[in-house]
Design a protein around this ligand. Structure first.
Ligand SMILES: Nc1ncnc2c1ncn2[C@@H]1O[C@H](COP(=O)(O)OP(=O)(O)OP(=O)(O)O)[C@@H](O)[C@H]1O
Ligand SMILES: [Mg+2]
Length: 476
């Protein structure tokens, strides 16, 4: 074959390939579209017309492509001369997988573009599109969960208890909710400080705003500043490159709950104080100030006054946070709440475990009242959960709890006595305190009944309650 013949043949093959490709794309794809260099529609195949519901194909020729396909990127292809090989285009409620190529003349000049709709159902492009879809679902799910997490989970009715100290704390918390000033919640671990913080937010005028919690003890010291105040774009490289909002910004218009505030380092205490005084924050690596409108609730299980006295917590920050103080009493000081809290917890635990609701016998409650509950309501909840998992009976009995909290079974008569450890007076008081607390719990808070079961008068029960510091003498 001469070289002249070859080039004529090559030219023919090229031309035929072009025609075949165009025909194949037109036939195999779900739609084909050609535009000129101004992104005006030159031609559209039959399938595309049908897909778009266009009755008269001639009516759209010459129109800007966006007039027919609002999300089209054909204009950017003809302007930049760069193809978009694979993309997902939204059209109404549907998604299409599309490919867009520029068309050039013999000198390489862009004269138009061609868009191919490869599949009308992107789900066919497994796994690429399925990954895309699942990421999209995940994102929507995460956003929803974040929104949920930022709403308060509890109201005052979740804080169970009818003891005078409990009612007093709830009354004060309700007043605090209305006031809008900072609140400091103090109490041992597991007494319900976080629950109260949620409830205060939910009862406050900021209830529609976010509730954002930061556990200071759980976040490494080096990350706390950016966690609080955010990071300006470009301040860091890597994942943080784009910048990030801090908890103060996320809590705008709502409540910021600073849990375990007693664990805050002196350096951050100074920065927090400044933010609270100025009502402004400065994201890490920025020179821009952001005005903040956030209500602060702080909590700690430490003796914060003592931390101040011993120089570990700034006095000025303490006074700023300590506008209203809620002292949440430990469970052992309000044993009359034990039956009610136990029942409420057992009900909700049974629901969570997918089990039928179970009662708790009076003897079981009397037994539980002997325990000092160093972990308070959280510990009670754990004990009840274990009992529910171990027993199938309709009612939790004393024997179930004897297995979980064995040390209390010998109380009071055979409790081992260590000579010289305590005076007779102390032993006597301790025994009386536990016996009275147990009787009150068994009588579900009814003090007249508790007095009868102890064989003493109501008046002397009240005297003993006051003297032993079990609960205020005006308890019902
Ligand atoms: N009065 C109550 N009524 C019902 N449930 C309660 C009560 N107090 C606490 N709880 C429950 O006990 C658990 C512990 O409460 P919470 O987390 O609020 O305690 P906390 O004081 O923040 O403890 P910590 O200091 O250890 O963080 C939670 O599951 C909470 O719902
Ligand atoms: Mg807590």
């Amino acid at each position: 074959m001469s070289s002249e013949n070859f080039s004529a043949e090559a030219q023919r093959i090229r031309q035929r390939t072009m025609d075949t490709l165009l025909a194949a794309f037109s036939e195999l794809s779900e739609g084909l579209l050609i535009v000129d260099r101004q992104a005006r529609i030159v031609w559209m195949n039959e399938k595309y017309h049908r897909r778009l519901g266009i009755a008269d194909p001639a009516s759209i020729v010459g129109l800007p492509v966006e007039a027919v396909i609002p999300n089209s990127l054909m204009r950017s292809v003809v302007t930049s001369g760069k193809p978009i090989m694979l993309d997902i285009m939204e059209f109404g409620t549907e998604s299409f997988v599309v490919m867009r190529l520029p068309v050039r003349d013999a000198s390489g000049e862009v004269i138009g573009g061609v868009g191919v709709m490869i599949f009308d159902d992107p789900r066919q492009l497994v796994p690429l599109v399925s990954r895309f879809q699942s990421l999209r679902l995940e994102l929507a799910d995460t956003r929803r969960k974040l929104d949920e997490a930022r709403r308060a989970k509890y109201t005052f009715s979740s804080f169970v208890g009818v003891s005078p100290t409990c009612i007093a704390v709830k009354d004060k918390a309700r007043r605090a909710a209305r006031a809008g000033s900072p609140v400091l919640i103090l109490g041992e671990t597991g007494t319900g400080k976080e629950l109260l913080a949620h409830a205060i937010h939910a009862a406050s005028p900021r209830a529609a705003g976010p509730f954002v919690a930061v556990n200071i003890a759980a976040i490494p010291e080096t990350l706390l500043e950016s966690e609080f105040f955010g990071v300006a774009p470009g301040a860091y490289t890597g994942a943080e490159r784009k910048g990030r909002s801090g908890k103060f910004e996320l809590a705008q218009g709502g409540t910021l709950f600073l849990d375990e505030i007693g664990d805050m380092s002196p350096a951050l205490q100074a920065k927090l104080l400044r933010a609270l005084q100025e009502k402004e924050i400065e994201p890490v690596g920025s020179n821009r100030l952001i005005a903040i409108d956030v209500r602060i609730i702080a909590a700690t299980s430490r003796q914060l006054q003592k931390e101040v006295d011993e120089g570990r917590f700034r006095a000025d920050l303490f006074y700023r946070l300590n506008v209203m103080t809620l002292d949440v009493p430990p469970l052992r000081e309000r044993l009359e709440d034990l039956p009610l809290i136990s029942e409420a917890l057992a009900d909700s635990l049974a629901r969570q475990l997918g089990e039928h609701p179970r009662g708790i016998s009076a003897a079981a409650l009397e037994y539980l009242a002997r325990h000092p509950w160093p972990g308070n309501v959280r510990e009670l909840s754990n004990v009840l959960e274990r009992a529910l998992l171990m027993s199938d009976a309709d009612r939790l009995e004393r024997a179930d709890f004897e297995q979980i909290l064995p040390g209390l079974a010998q109380f009071p008569s055979t409790e081992p006595i260590q000579p010289g450890a305590r005076t007779l007076d102390q032993l006597q008081q301790d025994t009386e305190r536990r016996a009275i607390a147990a009787a009150i719990a068994a009588a579900r808070g009814n003090k007249a009944q508790a007095a009868r079961s102890l064989g003493i008068s109501r008046a002397s029960l009240y005297e003993k309650i006051a003297a032993l510091g079990i609960a205020p003498p005006d308890s019902v």
